[in-house]
Design a protein around this ligand. Structure first.
Ligand SMILES: Cc1cc2nc3c(=O)[nH]c(=O)nc-3n(C[C@H](O)[C@H](O)[C@H](O)COP(=O)(O)OP(=O)(O)OC[C@H]3O[C@@H](n4cnc5c(N)ncnc54)[C@H](O)[C@@H]3O)c2cc1C
Length: 398
């Protein structure tokens, strides 16, 4: 009899958010037997200001999920306003790579849409399952994972490949001893809260000395208001103030005075959340029987708001590599090495820009880097549209 707590699959994905569910969905669409587990249940939130860049929107469109995201009530953003040195410039989002909008869906909505899409494609989606370690055979090859469900019942899943899509503090990466291949300074902080009760006119950005703040409108008339600064500045302000909210208000006052003024007429609907000292690092992406995707393999400061788009791009690269290995179209090590090489090449330009932005150079340099970022995102969006869509024939006939 089938025992869901002891099953075997071609692929087991640990982590079912933007990286994990996207990988599982694409593999399932390519005809593979995939289980995707997460200690969380869905819908549930995670740390993120959740703006999706053009390249990420391109992925949602190519995978047939953009309409579902927009139908969820996440407003299509068609205008971006940059504020610096007292000047303000608003621009419409031009049509490029078949996309003329960006969007910032709450993660409890986006991640649920992706997990549901993975389930519809045939993946076995298992919320409430915590992985505590990986099983290895006598040659050190990963052959599965073990853990427990919410009730504490032991779970053992065998797999030809185990994918760590379990975020920055990846248990899979730790269990296999994945090396950190590159590490940069981790000196940036990002903090945010939600506000409602005043109108929003698109994405807004405020550049000032040692800070970058902004507005990402989201569901239900709310907006995510965020501020990125050096971690040292965030800590110094926090030491001088009585609460995290007061520190956030003070940082906003310093970074974006017109926004801080507008927010006096709005209502805050959430606590202030965020991360101090965000790592900028690349981990080894694969080994015998395992691979990493999303934040588990590559983490960068949120100043470029690019983690979701990175995860979507790399989920597809990994799904294609695993498909080739599983179908024996390519030798496993060659396929996975190509995944790592493609990932490392694809992320390079925006990683470098991110590290430079996270050092908060003088405002003119910061603005110039923002322009370089926009061009790099557009280039990546164009490159993604040129790729064949994994499992497209199944998607069209489904
Ligand atoms: C403050 C902040 C703001 C950000 N803003 C943006 C933004 O505006 N735009 C953007 O594109 N990116 C942003 N990012 C980055 C983005 O949120 C991440 O890059 C993205 O969430 C990574 O997705 P993931 O699927 O790799 O990992 P995660 O979202 O971290 O998901 C990992 C999942 O794995 C599960 N898991 C972990 N361990 C286990 C285990 N042992 N067993 C079972 N399940 C496990 C967790 O429950 C979780 O659901 C921001 C990040 C921060 C910190």
């Amino acid at each position: 009899m089938h025992n869901p707590n002891r099953s075997r699959h071609e692929v087991v994905v640990v982590g079912a958010r933007v990286a994990g569910s996207a990988t599982a969905m694409l593999l399932a669409r390519l005809g593979h037997d995939v289980a995707v587990v997460d200690q969380a249940s869905f819908p549930s939130d995670t740390l993120s200001t959740h703006s999706i860049a053009r390249s990420g929107v391109v992925q949602l469109r190519r995978w047939g999920l953009l309409d579902e995201v927009l139908d969820s009530g996440a407003p299509a953003i068609r205008q971006v306003t940059f504020n610096a040195g007292g000047a303000s410039i608003s621009r419409p989002i031009k049509e490029k790579a078949g996309v003329d909008l960006v969007v910032a869906p709450r993660r409890y909505v986006l991640d649920t849409i992706l997990a549901s899409a993975a389930g519809r494609a045939g993946a076995d989606v298992r919320p409430g399952v915590t992985v505590t370690g990986v099983r290895q055979d006598g040659h050190g090859r990963v052959v599965g994972v073990y853990g427990h469900d919410r009730a504490g019942a032991p779970i053992e899943l065998g797999a030809r490949y185990v994918i760590g899509a379990d975020g920055l503090r990846s248990r899979v990466a730790g269990s296999v001893g994945a090396a950190i291949d590159e590490v940069r300074l981790a000196d940036g902080a990002a903090q945010y809260a939600y506000y409602t009760g005043i109108p929003w006119s698109g994405f807004e950005f405020f550049v000032a000395a040692r800070s970058f703040a902004g507005v990402f409108p989201t569901h239900d008339g709310q907006a995510c208001i965020w501020v990125c600064t050096p971690a040292a500045d965030a800590k110094a302000v926090r030491r001088r103030t009585r609460s995290r909210v007061a520190a956030f208000d003070q940082l906003l006052e310093r970074s974006a005075p017109p926004l801080a003024e507008r927010l006096r007429h709005a209502r805050r609907t959430s606590p202030v959340r965020g991360m101090l000292r965000q790592p900028n690092q690349l981990r080894q992406a694969f080994g015998p029987g395992w691979a990493l995707v999303g934040d588990a393999g590559y983490h960068r400061d949120a100043v470029t708001a690019y983690g979701i788009s990175d995860a979507f791009r790399d989920a597809e690269l990994l799904a294609v590599a695993l498909h080739q290995a599983l179908r024996a179209d390519a030798e496993e090590t060659a396929a996975l090495a190509r995944y790592q090489q493609q990932r490392d090449q694809a992320l390079r330009e925006i990683f470098e820009i991110t590290c430079r932005l996270a050092a908060y150079p003088p405002v003119p340099t910061f603005i110039d880097l923002q322009k370089q970022l926009g061009a790099a995102i557009d280039k990546e969006a164009m490159a993604l549209t040129a790729r064949p869509i994994p499992g497209e024939c199944l998607l069209v006939t489904a």
